[in-house]
Design a protein. Structure first.
Length: 177
């Protein structure tokens, strides 16, 4: 099989594997950052069903991409218009980026980010934003190496009764490099 990495649009056939990657990503990256009781409740089947339902609607503004190597889906990213409350702006937002936990650091995340940024640039979006857990040092370093900078915005969301802080990052498009 071909070992080259290919980035493409997500299909229904990818939903189960994307959910495995997302749930595995949460359980790996967010261990100790969000309550374990929440991580233990994550369900791949329920996540996959929600993902299929959103994809079936087709009217969503999110663009879902998968990274594939040797016929196996190994990463997932979603992007679209920046969400300022209920308003969608002319800027872009990276909604999610996950790589199969055993493949972190292999370039898959960077390839997904590069493709998402390329598509947003082509769509005429001048900036890309993303939110990352404040205490997720590995992810913050990844985005900083890609040209993103924390812009001072922070917010919290509640997970099983615990406030989890996020910081917003921004980068001008196209990304450097």
């Amino acid at each position: 099989m071909d070992g080259r990495l290919r980035i493409r649009d997500m299909t229904f056939a990818d939903c189960r594997r994307v959910s495995e990657i997302r749930v595995g990503g949460w359980r790996t990256a967010y261990r100790g950052l969000v309550p374990q009781s929440y991580l233990d409740t994550l369900d791949v089947d329920a996540d996959a069903e929600q993902r299929r339902a959103r994809l079936a609607q087709g009217a969503g503004r999110a663009v879902d991409l998968v990274a594939e190597r040797g016929g196996e889906t190994v990463g997932w990213a979603a992007h679209g218009p920046y969400r300022e409350g209920e308003i969608r702006t002319g800027d872009a937002e990276l909604y999610a980026l996950y790589v199969a936990p055993g493949l972190l650091g292999s370039g898959i995340g960077r390839a997904l980010l590069t493709e998402a940024a390329h598509r947003c640039t082509a769509a005429g979006r001048p900036l890309m934003y993303l939110w990352v857990l404040k205490d997720n040092a590995r992810a913050r370093h990844f985005y900083e190496r890609a040209g993103f900078r924390a812009d001072g915005a922070e917010e919290a969301f509640e997970v099983h009764g615990v406030a989890v802080r996020e910081v917003r990052y921004a980068a001008a498009l196209p990304l450097p490099g």
